[in-house]
Ligand binder design. Structure first.
Ligand code: DC
Length: 238
């Protein structure tokens, strides 16, 4: 993935040296757990950039559908991932000069994205882009499914956010409309695909901060994570 002007991909996890220097917060968890809302607010609170890695998988899915490619053809989909030009800000996504911000959240891409996210060759390409993005940005709040387990295992703090499937479905409906029963079933299916795939499945790492957001306000979660980051950093500096 040609991200802005950068292509100096780090193929391996950056290791303790880089993560020690940079403030990196990994936020993982299933769809609808509140990751994006919390990660964006956290990035403001910690004064570091925000990276939505789910949007990267969605952009590859968009480009593969656009090109009429069979989504199970791993090497061809990976070639698309490698050659596409992407420009990302915190709220706009541009692929090959087209603003795809809305289309990547639409039903076509949402239905197909778990298939693309299960392809190892695509994951390896995107992991490298995610690492070089964070290195170039000087740190970040990075949101996804495998950020604390695989992409940044030495992040300053790893957080696993979850909430009950019913509450997650209600949040999605409040955000984008739809039938709550249908959306809950789709969420369960996507959770199943994301957590049972062979390459970097969604799972909690044993050293992450686990937060169930079912009954918590966004503000309370952001404050809890911010103070955890600050206390880790002050312990590291002692
Ligand atoms: O967070 P989201 O719903 O935009 O994610 C879209 C899809 O991409 C979802 O099926 C999980 C997958 N994904 C992933 O496998 N690894 C990531 N780091 C981020 C998202």
């Amino acid at each position: 993935m040609l991200l802005g002007t950068t292509k100096d991909a780090l193929k391996e996890p950056p290791g303790k040296e880089m993560t020690k220097r940079l403030r990196i917060v990994a936020i993982d968890g299933p769809a609808g757990a509140g990751k994006s809302t919390i990660a964006k607010a956290l990035a403001v609170s910690l004064n570091i950039p925000y990276l939505d890695t789910g949007a990267m998988y969605r952009m590859v899915t968009y480009a593969a559908l656009r090109d009429g490619i069979d989504l199970n053809n791993e090497s061809v989909v990976a070639d698309v991932a490698k050659s596409m030009n992407v420009v990302m800000s915190s709220d706009r996504f541009i692929v090959d000069d087209v603003d795809v911000t809305d289309i990547i959240r639409g039903p076509q891409v949402t239905e197909a994205v778990s298939t693309v996210a299960a392809l190892s060759a695509v994951r390896s390409e995107l992991r490298a882009s995610q690492r070089s993005w964070v290195e170039n940005a000087g740190g970040g709040v990075v949101e996804g499914r495998d950020i604390g387990t695989v992409v940044f295992p030495d992040a300053t703090l790893k957080v696993f956010l979850t909430a009950s499937p019913a509450v997650r479905a209600q949040r999605r409906v409040a955000q984008s409309g739809g039938d709550v029963v249908v959306i809950e079933e789709q969420i369960r299916q996507r959770d199943h695909l994301d957590s049972t795939r062979a390459d970097s499945p969604l799972r909690e790492s044993n050293d992450s901060l686990f937060i169930d957001t079912t009954e918590l306000s966004i503000d309370a979660v952001v404050k809890q994570i911010t103070s955890s980051v600050e206390s880790i950093e002050s312990n590291n500096n002692e």
